[in-house]
Design a protein around this ligand. Structure first.
Ligand SMILES: CC(C)(COP(=O)(O)OP(=O)(O)OC[C@H]1O[C@@H](n2cnc3c(N)ncnc32)[C@H](O)[C@@H]1OP(=O)(O)O)[C@@H](O)C(=O)NCCC(=O)NCCS
Length: 160
């Protein structure tokens, strides 16, 4: 891929799942299983970025009802190592947030490793704010930071 405009972002189909799992395994020490991804087939927030027939990244997010203040959750986001730094992660996140907004989310939350500078920088840039730390959230003992985004504020910033 030569530029970000080459990537197509669309809903994940069953045929994409093996490629998604392959990217997941290359990106994370504690990867999701095939079955874990399979549960999100059909969700508006389960999106894949493709270049031709190749999966270059994906994201998983959903909305949980919460007494009229529904909460979106970005559960997973990854871009293939050789495709990073070209805007694919940002576009995937943007599309995920748009789908969560359409799905009624007022607030979006996610967890990120404290030491994940690239992801933290992306989330900060988009408008996520840290709200708390979860000690030893990950299997290797690293803390998670919980970040939240106000959807209405994000929409105002996004639409200029
Ligand atoms: C986080 C991740 C999805 C970003 O994807 P990407 O396609 O490389 O990101 P983009 O090219 O869209 O960059 C968007 C922003 O992220 C930040 N960023 C990306 N790579 C970075 C790096 N190596 N160092 C610091 N910031 C970085 C920057 O703020 C960047 O904005 P800029 O290009 O205007 O400087 C990717 O690094 C990844 O898959 N990491 C492994 C999996 C992971 O950690 N997922 C997040 C779990 S919470």
């Amino acid at each position: 891929m030569t530029g970000t405009d080459d990537a197509t972002i669309r809903r994940v189909e069953r045929e994409d799942l093996l490629s998604v799992v392959r990217v997941e395994r290359a990106c994370f020490d504690e990867p999701w299983s095939y079955t874990a991804f399979e549960r999100f087939l059909g969700e508006a927030g389960f999106l894949v970025a493709t270049d031709g027939s190749e999966v270059v990244g994906y994201t998983v997010s959903d909305v949980t009802p919460n007494h009229g203040r529904d909460i979106g959750h970005v559960k997973d986001l990854a871009v293939r190592r050789d495709e990073r730094g070209r805007g694919v992660g940002r576009r995937l996140l943007d599309r995920a947030l748009a789908s969560l907004a359409v799905g009624g989310a007022h607030l979006v939350k996610l967890e990120v490793r404290e030491g994940n500078d690239a992801a933290r920088s992306l989330y900060r840039d988009v408008g996520f704010q840290p709200v708390r730390r979860v000690p030893q959230y990950y299997g290797d003992g690293e803390d998670a930071l919980v970040l939240v985004l106000d959807v209405a504020e994000w929409q105002v910033a996004r639409n200029g």
